[in-house]
Design a protein around this ligand. Structure first.
Ligand code: FES
Length: 78
């Protein structure tokens, strides 16, 4: 089993789905396939994390990213 450096938790609750979490998740998947990130990250889909008003919500490095977008996440993945 690969050893991941970080886990990326992507909320898949209903409000986050309405706010584009599926697209965001696809973008993250593409990003972590790149040479810089290959094998270092694992995406975990979660249920609602109770930050629905700030959807889409992602947790990385134990930090809750509200209204997450790929630009925010790239900074956190360094
Ligand atoms: S649906 Fe994502 S935080 Fe509630």
């Amino acid at each position: 089993m690969p050893t991941y450096r970080k886990f990326i938790f992507v909320c898949n609750g209903s409000d986050c789905k309405k706010s584009g979490c599926k697209n965001l998740q696809s973008e993250i998947k593409e990003l972590i396939k790149s040479e810089d990130h290959k094998g270092k990250f694992k995406i975990i889909k979660t249920k609602c994390m109770d930050f629905c008003k700030s959807a889409p919500v992602v947790v990385i490095n134990n930090e809750v990213i509200k209204k997450a977008d790929l630009t925010d996440l790239k900074k956190k993945m360094l």
